[in-house]
Design a protein around this ligand. Structure first.
Ligand code: THU
Length: 130
């Protein structure tokens, strides 16, 4: 699957967004190391802080299906039909991704790709608690 195809899956996932409060739709498309695709959207709540981001929806769907190794995630977010501006992952999603992904996880945004380490160069993980 190409970066473009994975990004298009993220845009498609954003169409399922439940975002009646922010009206900002986000979709994520997560590709596992064995080639499976897991998508997710943001799911908001009247109690705002209970909102779940698209990336975490995708990760939790995958992990709950027994898949924990990933090579790439594409993220698309927009308040309009135009998803051509980058929507970088929030800190909470980076932390959740870092639980399951190495520094080299590829993060595909509207205008290019990055590595997890570009966003989160020093992570809090199980090693940090020793
Ligand atoms: N959002 C995501 O889904 N992913 C992010 O990484 C950043 C923000 C969602 C949460 C909320 O529903 C909306 O975007 C506005 O913050």
């Amino acid at each position: 699957m190409t970066d473009r195809e994975l990004f298009d899956e993220a845009v498609k996932a954003a169409q399922k967004s439940y975002s009646p409060y922010s009206h900002f739709r986000v979709g994520a498309a997560l590709l596992s190391k064995d080639g499976q695709l897991f998508t997710g959207c943001n799911i908001e709540n009247a109690s705002y802080s209970l909102t779940n981001c698209a990336e975490r929806t995708a990760v939790f769907k995958a992990v709950s299906e027994g898949v924990t190794e990933f090579k790439a995630i594409a993220i698309a977010g927009s308040a309009t039909e135009d998803f051509s501006s980058p929507c970088p992952p929030c800190g909470a999603c980076l932390q959740v991704l870092s639980e399951f992904c190495g520094d080299d996880l590829v993060i595909i945004l509207a205008k290019g790709w990055f590595k997890l380490a570009d966003f989160l160069p020093m992570r809090f993980d199980s090693e940090s608690m020793k």
